[in-house]
Design a binder for this molecule. Structure first.
Ligand code: MBD
Ligand code: FE
Length: 283
């Protein structure tokens, strides 16, 4: 990134998100897809576009404006942002139909693998002057029969108290507010961090421009991202939100679920504390 700005540009974070996706590409590469599958899925998507054009009597001007916008979306590196905000929640709904245990939510564009491994009681890497209300997030990982899962990994990442993610905002150190916490012999963990702020889709890029042109708002409620995994268990990708938080009922990414809302309580020492237990399906 070449920006020396204190706040990230849409192009900077978009480009980083596209690079992060490319780097993780081998994980997503599946075997050959049959012609029947391609024809069926792509055929339906195109039919949806055709139907919208007919129903709305889309003009040539609008068609060419859409083409320009799509070119800009790609050049700005915002395909991951756009798809994860507007499409991923439906893919997750379909995946959730066959998943037991803790409810899942979308991965989003800002996951970075290979973060620092941390013991079961740990603080996430933070700047010496990290702003925001201190938050203790504690709980236990169990399987669907109620057995504790020792040595489970909680791969956790979240925005800072200004809504920015390390790795995607040039003013933040790499690995800030990211870590892989390993549960103890009883499957327990206790993570010290700070309360994240709501996340605003960058307004200076194509996704933000679309949101503004449509008169929508660009906000996601404050959230923690997690992938919880353990050998012999199906990993869960999810997000946790905060009771009473702004935008909880109007998430632009439609990724909230009532089961995923934390109720932090004052610990008495200026820190908030939230308990949450995860349940993993074996297999
Ligand atoms: C985010 O922080 C996020 O979690 C998603 C899903 C999309 C954009 C920004
Ligand atoms: Fe996020």
């Amino acid at each position: 990134m070449t920006s020396t700005d204190q706040s990230p540009t849409a192009r900077g974070s978009g480009t980083s998100a596209t690079q992060a996706f490319r780097a993780s590409r081998q994980e997503h590469t599946t075997g050959a897809v049959s012609a029947e599958r391609v024809s069926s899925v792509v055929g339906r998507i195109l039919s949806g576009v055709h139907d919208a054009i007919r129903a709305e009597k889309v003009t040539y001007d609008e068609f060419q404006a859409a083409k320009q916008w799509l070119i800009d979306l790609g050049e700005g590196g915002e395909w991951p942002l756009f798809l994860d905000v507007f499409v991923e929640h439906v893919v997750e709904d379909v995946a959730a139909e066959t998943q037991q245990g803790t409810k899942g939510s979308i991965l989003g564009p800002y996951y970075l693998p290979g973060q620092q491994q941390l013991p079961s009681v740990a603080s996430l890497p933070a700047r010496p002057d990290e702003k925001g209300t201190p938050l203790v997030f504690a709980g236990q990982v169990r399987d669907t029969d109620g057995n504790p899962v020792a040595g489970a990994e909680l791969d956790i990442w979240h925005a800072d108290s200004e809504g920015y993610y390390s790795g995607f905002a040039p003013h933040l150190p790499d690995g800030n507010l990211r870590g892989v916490v390993v549960t103890d012999g009883q499957g327990r963990f206790e993570i010290s961090t700070v309360q994240p702020a709501p996340y605003q889709i960058p307004t200076d890029g194509p996704t933000g421009q679309l949101i503004e042109a449509a008169g929508w708002h660009p906000w996601r409620p404050a959230h923690l991202h997690l992938i919880v995994r353990a050998p012999g268990h199906r990993p869960i990708t999810t997000q946790l939100y905060f009771e009473g938080g702004e935008w909880l009922d109007s998430d632009i990414a439609q990724a909230t679920k009532p089961e995923l809302v934390l109720t932090p309580v004052e610990q008495g020492d200026g820190r908030l504390r939230s308990e949450y237990d995860f349940v993993l399906e074996r297999g």
